[in-house]
Design a protein around this ligand. Structure first.
Ligand SMILES: Nc1ncnc2c1ncn2[C@@H]1O[C@H](COP(=O)(O)OP(=O)(O)OP(=O)(O)O)[C@@H](O)[C@H]1O
Length: 272
């Protein structure tokens, strides 16, 4: 469970990026964080894992207030949070397996990580995760030999290899085509459901957010202006968040072509 209490951030430049943001996310809930450019979405994600220092307020992960931690305690707390990035952040010259195992780096001792030697349990988990994300046959390939969608699946497996209590996902589909984007969102959603893992997904694409999350939080100018079920995201609400736009037309342009008939649908991969 994650709880934000009156979280605010004003940058040194005077930009007020977040203003008293409060919400709680229970176990297993996948939240889509939407809002126009500059609304504060990245700042919010980064304040949670303290890549950006909040100005005030608190971030509770279970019983731990992350805003009060420093040094070693902060590093340990960060292990409890898995991250998935827009540009995948893989080590290109390493294999898929090594990239997934790097999710354990915060856990293994210094010399083991230097030699890149991991406990057998970590290796077994990595194989299992690679099967689940549909890359079981690719474990020995170099990351730079993969497509964008495959890279993001490695990113998902790496985050889950950490056994996180919370998943923070920053624009996971921004570099992917529409069909691959749906597959990746479906995969994140099903992996979270299976593990009862809460997640916040910063996502530009409103239709993807609506189709593949349990709850939507809409930010505008650093404030929460919508917090509710994806179905409650009416055109009026979207206008409140983003301003005027032809939402009916946008929805029509983005309709999902029957996902069940998609032969590359990762949700049919065994184990999901
Ligand atoms: N390092 C920084 N220094 C100063 N101001 C910043 C910094 N990072 C972000 N901001 C400002 O904070 C506000 C929120 O930015 P943020 O990047 O969090 O928004 P966003 O919703 O993630 O936008 P986008 O969708 O374009 O990525 C903006 O006004 C931005 O200019």
């Amino acid at each position: 469970m994650l709880e934000l209490k009156a979280l605010s951030k004003t940058y040194k430049t005077g930009d007020k990026a977040l203003s008293e943001v409060s919400f709680a996310i229970p176990a297993g809930q996948v939240v889509g964080l939407i809002g126009p450019s500059g609304a504060g979405k990245s700042t919010l994600i980064r304040c949670i894992n303290r890549l950006v220092e909040p100005s005030s307020g608190s971030v509770l992960l279970g019983d731990t207030d992350l805003t009060r931690l420093n040094g070693r305690a902060l590093r340990q707390a960060r292990r409890r949070i898995g991250m998935i990035f827009q540009e995948y952040a893989l080590v290109e010259r390493l294999t898929v397996m090594e990239n997934v195992l790097s999710g354990r780096l915060g856990y293994v001792s210094g010399w083991r990580s230097f030699l890149r030697r991991y406990p057998q349990d970590d290796i077994d988990l990595a194989f299992k995760l690679l099967e689940q994300v549909g890359l079981g046959d690719h474990f020995n390939k170099r990351a730079d030999a993969l497509s964008g969608g495959q890279r993001q699946r490695v990113g998902i497996a790496r985050a889950l290899e950490q056994n996180p209590e919370l998943l923070l996902v920053d624009e996971p589909t921004a570099s992917l085509d529409p069909k691959t984007s749906r597959q990746i969102m479906r995969l994140i959603q099903s992996m979270c459901r299976e593990r009862n893992l809460p997640a916040i997904i910063n996502i530009h694409d409103v239709m993807l957010a609506q189709n593949f999350t349990d709850r939507i939080i809409g930010l505008r100018s650093g404030e929460v202006v919508f917090d509710g079920a994806p179905d409650a995201l009416t055109d009026d609400v979207l206008t409140t968040i983003y301003g005027d736009e032809d939402w009916t037309q946008l929805r029509r342009d983005n309709e999902d072509p029957d996902p069940a008939s998609d032969p590359n649908d990762v949700s049919v991969v065994e184990g999901l």
